[in-house]
Design a protein around this ligand. Structure first.
Ligand code: FMN
Length: 165
């Protein structure tokens, strides 16, 4: 039977969006973009975004459209901000009914903080079953390489052709 899959992500500059949209298309999944009510634009947004992430703050989110209870597998993606997940993703992951869910976690990064970020996400979705975790580095510079990596990652978790039927 076809699995119901949801891809949830936050993205400021498009890298995580590219991975999330590609994954959703390949899996025939619904997609949810998280909206942080705080502006993260410009130097001020960069600094407060980094500080809020470092301090493990949770963003105020616009209400999500989809409910994880309706899905078998939920993929969640974040950019790495100051070696942590973005505040929008921390807010989303915190306190949701993860018990009994299968989850796959990913981040996009300039090259540092990916393990710490994925560990932090894994802790928040406990006791969910984590099917996979993956980091995509410098997506804006190496999109083709990262999309190939995504294909391999998805294929190791689910059969994408099977899911599209
Ligand atoms: C506020 C802020 C903090 C960041 N901190 C890090 C970091 O600690 N390590 C890193 O490798 N990249 C860092 N980056 C770069 C992003 O992780 C990277 O560009 C990511 O792919 C952006 O995803 P997005 O385009 O989906 O927003 C930071 C970017 C921002 C805006």
């Amino acid at each position: 039977m076809k699995m119901k899959i949801l891809v949830v992500y936050y993205s400021l500059t498009g890298n995580t969006r590219l991975i999330a949209e590609t994954a959703a298309r390949k899996l025939g999944a619904e997609i949810e973009e998280l909206r942080d009510r705080k502006s993260r634009i410009g130097i001020r947004g960069f600094v407060t975004g980094g500080l809020d992430s470092l301090r493990k703050k949770r963003a105020e989110l616009a209400p999500p459209r989809y409910d994880i209870r309706d899905y078998d597998l939920v993929l969640v993606g974040t950019p790495v901000w100051a070696w942590n997940m973005a505040p929008a993703v921390r807010a989303y992951l915190t306190g949701r009914p993860w018990e009994g869910k299968s989850v796959a976690l990913f981040c996009t990064t300039g090259g540092t903080g990916q393990q710490k970020t994925l560990d932090g996400m894994a802790a928040l979705v406990s006791p969910a079953r984590i099917l996979g975790r993956e980091a995509f580095c410098r997506v804006e510079r190496n999109p083709a390489e990262n999309l190939a990596r995504l294909n391999k990652w998805l294929a190791a978790m689910v059969n994408p052709d099977e899911e599209k039927k």
